[in-house]
Design a protein around this ligand. Structure first.
Ligand code: GLC
Ligand code: GLC
Length: 816
């Protein structure tokens, strides 16, 4: 069952009923001011850091779902029976006569109709600004004049979202506002150590306002029935402590057929420490900087221009890679939603979504490095900055803080280090950056270790230490030691946790010198291959040869000690016993080493790769994707860790953990099986799963971290949508491996491994400033490529870099 449809032309998903299985959200903002917004206007806003600079409140895990948002109430002032409603459905949830929500690229529009009044609310953040616009359009379709009251409503968060939700003994006494020239300013803690405040302004003269929540709502009432809305009059309350809010009351009279717009602005502003107050001796906010911004954005023309600029920004960004294939699900995801999702993981890593509260995790080291693989071609300059930030949190040992805080860019000491896969991902992201941009200078950039001044070394040295980190930590079989966990955060082989509340990730009760990871072995081989190429081209031939030796040795060991007969083992536990083997009682086969080892090329020559992938198909692949392991653990094992703490079929214990599926797709292309690769691609494609939205539950336009597996109580339920490495890896799998358009050090490579029944496809790809028009024609069932460049056959499958100044290249690839 569907709850909407894809409007590909407009790059929108159109939701046609408000009661989606879960709030289906979108993101507002591009650089510093951000918000999440649901299809019924729920969500919150923040500046840069969702925990430390939260502007508005949201109540996670609440009933009803999705409480707190950008609310508007409409009240029919002529009606006798106190008729009022929410044109975005929440929070009053009146049955609307018509409803439609369009989530687009960086904006959301919710339209509805009730009692003859049509409304459209468009929400977006203008490029380069720290504010959001709510553009409300009201139309009277009645035969008679309508007299309406419009109420806007936000509940302010006292900045630190975690403290705001816990420290009531203090917070009930610190809320402060000013209402000046009809603008509501939220300034809690401004009198002391903060130099920032929020403001809420409206384009129309105010009939009234409220800033103290319970005066507006009335005693024991909720947002669904505010007393002030019910009776049609606010209290002009000035908050002191308790819960500061922003409510504006505007009166609108509409003749039959008439439309009117009302603009609301919610924004964030910082003042110079020395010019916080006006007059300086007072405690009143100095508004000289913010006033012109407010005046500017309360003009309709400014708003129209800003919206066009936003659309133009996305057209340009997404224009960097567009494809046209015979499959509409592929086109839609590559051209629109998957690219949009990778930009979202760039902005938010794993910090803020409907499932990530914004107060928990910072930026993950491995997560961010993998995310980079997806958005590299879209925003290479910002990818560069991200790489340098990440490298600066690397430790002198070559290890890495598992996470860092986006506001301070410092490693997070609470979680620390020793996730032994972490540093290797840096090699992959840097290599992808070099291939995309050709900017070899980045390797000379001086980057500190652990952000310590004086410890700076060229980025290249960071990569060397990443590789060395693995070599310094080998176990009894010569395979890499796993440490706290490898990519699978929940495979905690040294943890042995038996106390509730302990963190599986950072509790370590074994010395860690026995448990080994076959997954890291595969990742190491992959990273070494990239590093060899980098070293060679960067003038370190000898080093390239040494790395090659280490790599070959690791490949050997993986084929020996890491091989179970029909598939790659997952690990050795801290007793030296195999994990993920046919001899295990549970979890006999895991997906991660099959995907990673084959991606790294291990077993391609001796046939292990094909055997491993056949086993994946036989043992792990199911209708909705490939499960992470099988059979799922049915009980908790001290020596296995968190993975066995989850009920069977959920999360890392037997769900379709989507992040890992594209590894298998890529692996399938490595052995030339395009049909299989694309088949797996479609199984987890959210657009394909749109038809079963009532089971899938999360948004049909983005990937989710997991879909519960066949062993779950309720199979097919997705969770943790939006912020997942699935976005980047799927994008890489489909664009670079299945469609086969991938940047290399020498130029753009065209080596598709795609379904046999496709006659071909076309693509437009911007690469190092040149636009490539690519036509792929299938002339036979195989994967051999002949390239025809401007009419001439050229050797190989890499288009050489064109001379400087060439803006367009046309290429045809015949595949046989
Ligand atoms: C989560 C984490 C990621 C980890 C994965 C598997 O998505 O963010 O770092 O690799 O789970 O445990
Ligand atoms: C929890 C989650 C796991 C995630 C980890 C990250 O363990 O279950 O999926 O990777 O947290 O910190």
């Amino acid at each position: 069952m569907k709850f909407g449809w894809f409007d590909d032309q407009n790059r929108e998903y159109v939701i046609t009923r408000p009661d989606t299985p879960l709030p289906w959200i979108n993101y507002l903002g591009n650089e510093a001011y951000f918000g999440i917004i649901s299809n019924t206007a729920g969500g919150y806003s923040f500046y840069k850091d969702a925990r430390l600079r939260r502007l508005t409140r949201y109540r996670y895990n609440n009933a009803p779902l999705d409480s707190g948002g950008r609310y508007i109430y409409l009240r029919d002032d002529r009606s006798e029976n106190q008729c009022f409603w929410s044109p975005t459905w929440q929070p009053t949830r009146n049955k609307l006569d018509a409803y439609e929500c369009r989530h687009g690229m960086g904006y959301t529009t919710i339209k509805s109709s009730y009692a003859g009044i049509e409304s459209s609310s468009r929400y977006f953040v203008p490029l380069g600004e720290a504010l959001e616009i709510w553009e409300l359009t009201l139309t009277n379709t009645r035969q008679e004049t309508a007299e309406l009251s419009v109420f806007s409503a936000v509940e302010f968060c006292l900045w630190d979202a975690l403290d705001d939700a816990t420290n009531f003994q203090r917070n009930y006494s610190i809320g402060e506002v000013e209402v000046v020239d009809e603008v509501i300013y939220h300034k809690s803690e401004y009198r002391e150590r903060r130099n920032h405040f929020a403001y809420f302004a409206c384009s129309e003269p105010l009939h009234g306002f409220d800033t103290q929540r319970d005066d507006f709502l009335g005693p024991y009432r909720g947002w669904d029935s505010p007393l002030a809305v019910e009776r049609g009059a606010t209290n002009q309350s000035i908050a002191m402590g308790w819960q500061p809010i922003g409510v504006q009351h505007v009166k609108v009279t509409l003749e039959p057929g008439e439309s009117k717009k009302v603009l609301f602005l919610l924004g964030y502003q910082e003042n110079d420490e020395k010019k916080k107050f006006d007059p300086p001796s007072s405690q009143t906010i100095n508004k000289e900087n913010v006033k012109p911004v407010i005046a500017h954005y309360l003009k309709q023309q400014t708003v129209d221009d800003a919206f066009l600029a936003l659309r133009h920004y996305w057209d340009e960004l997404l224009g960097k890679f567009q494809v046209s294939t015979p499959d509409s699900h592929t086109n839609r995801m590559v051209n629109i939603w998957n690219a949009y999702q990778v930009m979202t993981t760039f902005n938010f890593s794993r910090s803020t979504s409907y499932f990530e509260s914004g107060v928990g995790r910072g930026m993950g080291f491995r997560d961010s490095n993998q995310d980079l693989l997806g958005f590299m071609h879209l925003i290479p300059e910002r990818a560069r900055e991200r790489i340098l930030d990440l490298a600066a949190t690397q430790l002198p040992t070559g290890g890495a803080y598992h996470q860092y805080q986006p506001l301070t860019k410092r490693g997070n000491n609470d979680i620390g280090s020793n996730f032994n896969d972490d540093p290797l991902w840096l090699v992959l992201s840097v290599s992808a950056y070099l291939k995309e941009t050709g900017d070899w200078k980045i390797l000379e950039s001086l980057v500190p270790f652990d952000n310590q001044p004086g410890s700076e070394q060229p980025l290249y040295v960071h990569l060397q230490r990443s590789i060395q980190y693995t070599l310094d930590r080998l176990g009894p079989h010569g395979l890499p030691l796993i440490g706290r966990a490898d990519w699978n955060d929940c495979l905690n082989l040294n943890c042995f946790s038996d106390q509730p509340g302990q963190s599986f990730q950072i509790t370590t009760n074994k010395d860690g010198k026995v448990a080994e990871s076959v997954f890291i072995a595969g990742l190491f081989v992959l990273a070494c291959k990239e590093m060899e190429e980098i070293a060679k081209r960067f003038g370190h031939e000898d080093e390239a040869a040494t790395i090659r030796e280490s790599r070959l040795t690791m490949e050997d060991r993986t084929n020996q000690a890491g091989w179970d007969g029909e598939w790659f083992l997952r690990a050795y536990d801290s007793f030296g016993e195999p994990v993920g083997s046919k001899d295990c009682k549970e979890a006999q086969i895991f997906i991660e080493p099959q995907g990673m080892c084959v991606m790294a090329g291990i077993g391609i020559e001796n046939g292990n790769a094909q055997k491993a992938l056949d086993s994946v198909e036989k043992r792990l692949a199911c209708e909705r994707g490939i499960v992470i392991l099988n059979p799922a653990f049915t009980q908790y094992h001290l020596h296995i860790g968190e993975i066995s703490s989850y009920p069977p079929g959920y999360k890392e214990n037997g769900s379709i953990f989507c992040h890992t599926n594209p590894w298998v797709m890529i692996a399938e292309t490595k052995i030339g099986r395009g049909d299989k690769a694309h088949d797996y691609y479609l199984r987890i494609n959210p657009s394909v799963l749109e038809d079963e939205s009532e089971i899938h539950r999360t948004e049909p336009y983005v990937h989710a971290q997991m879909i519960s597996g066949p062993e779950a109580v309720k199979p097919g339920e997705a969770k943790n949508s939006w912020l997942t490495g699935t976005a980047a890896w799927n994008y890489v799998a489909i664009t670079q491996h299945i469609l086969g358009i991938s940047p290399t050090f020498e130029g753009l490579q065209i080596s598709p491994v795609f379904p046999k029944e496709w006659k071909g496809f076309t693509a437009l790809r911007t690469f190092r400033g040149t636009q490539y028009s690519i036509t792929v024609e299938r002339i036979g069932p195989g994967n051999q490529v002949e390239l025809i460049l401007d009419g001439n056959l050229i050797p190989g499958n890499v288009i050489p870099l064109p001379p400087a100044g060439v803006k367009n290249v046309n290429v045809t690839a015949k595949v046989n």
